[in-house]
Structure formats: C-alpha cells, structure tokens
Design a binder for this molecule. Structure first.
Ligand code: AHR
Length: 348
C-alpha cells in the first residue's frame, strides 16, 4: 500500500468515527443536567459582576452606611460597581435604569426605590435585555417575575415595634391615654408607607395605653431641616397636647427632639421620642436620654445582595423573592454604659 493511500484510509476512518459520534449524540438527548448550551454554561464568579446600582440619594446616616456597604463590599470582592445617586427623584432612577440597560458591560441592576410604583416599563426592558435585577432596601409593587429577589427590611414590623416601644415609654411615664404625632418619610416610599401602617396596627393592640395619632406629616427628604419645620408647626398647632413623637428615621426623630428643646420642653420627660435606623447619631440621643427607643433598620445589605446576584447569574432558581433583614432594637433604659459599649461595636 502506498503512503498516500494509507493516509486517505486513515482520514476516512476518522471521518466515520466523527459522523458516528455526531449521529449518536443527535439520537440520544443529553440528560437535563447537561442540557444548557455551551454559551449559557459559563459559571460566574464575583469578579464577573458588573453592577449598576441605583441609589435613592444621600438623605440620611442610614443611606450613607448603605452606600458604603456597596462600595466597600464591591471593592473587597473585585466587583465592578457603577453608581447613581438619584437625588430622591424617580425620574433620575428611570434614566439610570435605561443607561444600565443599554450598557453592554452591566449584567446586574440593583435598585433602592424612591417610590413603590413607576418601574414596570424599565423592569420589563431590563428583563428583555437579559439584565438581572435585585431590589434592595425598599420593596416595590411590581410583578415579582420582573426581578430576581428583594433584600430589605420588614418596615411594617418596624412600625409595630415602634408602637410597642412608644406604649412602654408612655406607660412608664404614667400615661393611660396619649396623643402621638408622626413625622414620616417620603409618602411614596415603602419605608414610610409600611412603618405608618405597622404603627397604626400596633397602637390598636397595645392595651395599657390608649394611643391616638393626633397628626401625621411627611418629610419627602427624610432630613432634619424638614423634620424640624414639621415639629415646630405641630408644637404651635397642639400646645401642651403632644405626649409622643414617632420619627420615621433618626434624622426626623432628632429634629423633633431639637424642636421640642428649642420650645423649652424636655424630651424623654415631657414628650417621648422613638426613631428608626439605630445610626450612631440615634445612639448618641439614646445615651443622653432624649430618644427613648431606636428601632434598628439594617443598611449593611451589600454582601447579601451580591451573593444573590451571583446565584441569579448562575441560574439558581431556589432564591426566595424576599429575604427580610434581621434587626434589633435599643432603649435609653439600657443605660449609657451599655449603649456606649454596643455603639463601639457598630459600623454606622
Ligand atoms: O429605606 C430606609 C430608610 O431610608 C431609612 O430609614 C431612612 O433613614 C432612609 O433614608
């Protein structure tokens, strides 16, 4: 046999084996576990995450801690983080959504929502563009098939904890009936809507003190300037009638405290104050006794959000649609020394 004929036979034999292998693959489907096409079989690691993070704004100590959590964790894990401060405007959030949808590098969009509604169109567009969406901090009212998961607090439960803490403070002050005012956050935000609802439910079931909400006003900026203006107006409108103040975050509770002090009243004695967040500033007010209780709202959510995003990119369908944060509560009655020791262990 000539050398060239030997090579031709060998080539034909190889071709036969390849054709046989191909037809055998076609005839016998791969098991489901091997089914994904090679293009979809990429396993993502944290370093592959390119996250477009749409933050509400920079309105509070809580928010600063939330933003730091994302920036620090992204840096530690080698994640690329693109960041938008929406200045608490939903139109800025929609623009940012569209920018991240069109950005070919971005594979994950994280939203801290300014409002509960208004995102349906961009959520649909993100899904169509193959971007994984994770909602953090505030829940939204949208079809849950449009996002991968929501990681944030149970604001209704926080409102109920405020009601119980307020009732206990008023009871300890000798009250059996009490007038409360509420200084709320932005009325469109789930944090304000649900805290207000939970508080309303909580005061109904607190039997030792009959609490009545005298008035409720929202501060869209969640900040001390707006909070102080609201409390000043309430003190003028209801002289001598306010027994308790529920500030929807520490800034608003502290604004109420400062306004009461400016009017010659003693917070913790003449009026009971309860806030939400448990930031370092909130702790300082607990320590000096002006704030009676502070209900924790956990801002350090980035590690959970990034873990979930990674699972989502890798096709994990077992993640639940809402992972509520684990949160505590703190009281002036714990005493300055104990509170200082706790504050020293906290990151915000
Ligand atoms: O959504 C969480 C709330 O938003 C915090 O309580 C408040 O401080 C923040 O700005």
């Amino acid at each position: 046999m000539t050398k060239s004929r030997t090579l031709r036979i060998a080539a034909a034999a190889v071709l036969t084996v390849v054709v046989a292998a191909c037809s055998s693959t076609a005839a016998t489907p791969a098991p489901a576990s091997q089914a994904p096409a090679t293009a979809a079989a990429k396993t993502y690691t944290m370093k592959d995450l390119v996250v477009g993070f749409i933050q509400t704004g920079s309105e509070s100590g809580w928010r600063a801690a939330n933003t730091s959590s994302f920036k620090e964790t992204a840096q530690q894990q080698g994640i690329t983080l693109k960041f938008t401060d929406s200045q608490n405007k939903i139109e800025n959030q929609i623009t940012a959504f569209n920018t991240y949808i069109q950005d070919p590098q971005v594979n994950v969009i994280v939203l801290a929502a300014v409002a509960t509604t208004g995102y349906d169109d961009v959520l649909k567009a993100a899904k169509a563009a193959g971007k994984l969406v994770v909602i953090e901090d505030r829940r939204i009212d949208a079809d849950s098939s449009l996002y991968y998961t929501y990681i944030g607090s149970d604001f209704d439960a926080e409102g109920q904890k405020v009601a119980k803490a307020m009732g206990d403070l008023l009871k300890a002050a000798g009250k059996t009936t009490a007038n409360i005012i509420e200084i709320g956050g932005d009325q469109a935000a789930s944090a304000a809507i649900d805290r207000h609802k939970g508080f309303g439910e909580g005061i109904q079931t607190y039997s030792d003190v009959k609490m009545t909400v005298l008035d409720y006003q929202n501060a869209p900026g969640w900040d001390q300037v707006q909070g102080k203006a609201i409390m000043d107006a309430f003190l003028k409108k209801y002289p001598g009638k306010i027994d308790g103040v529920f500030g929807h975050n520490d800034e608003l509770a502290i604004a109420g405290i400062q306004s009461a002090q400016a009017a010659g009243l003693k917070p913790g004695k003449d009026i009971q104050f309860v806030g939400v967040d448990a930031t370092a500033d909130g702790f300082k007010s607990l320590i000096d006794g002006t704030l009676g209780a502070d209900i924790e709202c956990n801002p350090l959510l980035a590690p959970q959000v990034f873990d979930a995003a990674l699972k989502g990119l890798n096709g994990d369908t077992s993640t639940v649609k809402w992972v509520p944060s684990q949160e505590s509560q703190f009281f002036a009655a714990q005493g300055a020394d104990a509170l200082k020791a706790i504050l020293a262990t906290r990151k915000y």
